[in-house]
Design a protein around this ligand. Structure first.
Ligand code: 5GP
Length: 180
């Protein structure tokens, strides 16, 4: 189905659909109708965010932020840049961050520090994927779709040099694409 840029499917579209339903049900149970401000991290989280967001019950707001810690390669620069800030204030709100993947944890620990300084009522973190073996700073997600091994993945919103976001499954990118 995929060309030779893709080594294999790691998490299928069907598995993601099932897990997103479970996570949304868990979030609904945990917040029990309390208002939530969902903060989507552009651009990678956008596809997964929609899976979760449309299943949330009650009073739910949506805002976006764009951060960057990667250049065009597969390794984090360790430096986080804020490309787009939120449009609305977060003070007193229950913030639920939705991210594509937690890798070293550097991006999200930066983001959580920035948001904590704005006095929200609470902050929780939801991510489609987690690579715990790559962690450089301590960080734990509250809602994790799938723990994955140390492989560079694309698809379902995740890119390599802005390509492959449209693949319906989370796939391992062939090393031949980036080890040239
Ligand atoms: P961290 O700061 O946790 O190292 O990096 C988080 C960001 O790095 C993610 O939001 C994502 O943009 C990018 N990233 C980390 N691992 C991968 C991966 O395997 N594939 C893709 N496409 N991006 C990744």
């Amino acid at each position: 189905m995929y060309n030779s840029d893709i080594e294999k499917i790691l998490v299928s579209n069907a598995e993601i659909a099932k897990r997103a339903e479970e996570i949304a049900a868990q979030i609904n149970a945990d917040y029990k109708g309390k208002p939530i401000l969902v903060v989507g991290i552009l651009r990678g989280a956008s596809i997964f965010l929609a899976d979760i967001f449309k299943r949330l019950e009650g009073d739910v707001e949506l805002d976006f932020m764009s951060l960057s810690s990667y250049g065009s390669g597969t390794n984090s620069s360790g430096e986080v840049k804020m490309i787009k800030d939120l449009s609305e204030p977060v003070d007193g709100k229950n913030v639920l961050i939705i991210e594509d993947i937690i890798d070293t944890g550097i991006t999200l620990s930066y983001l959580i520090k920035v948001l904590e300084a704005r006095n929200p009522e609470s902050i929780k973190l939801c991510a489609l994927l987690d690579k715990p073996s790559r962690r450089k700073v301590e960080l734990k997600g509250d809602y994790i779709g799938f723990e994955i091994p140390d492989e560079y993945v694309v698809g379902y919103g995740l890119d390599y040099a802005e390509k492959y976001r449209n693949l319906p499954d989370v796939c391992v990118l062939s090393k031949t694409v980036y080890e040239k």
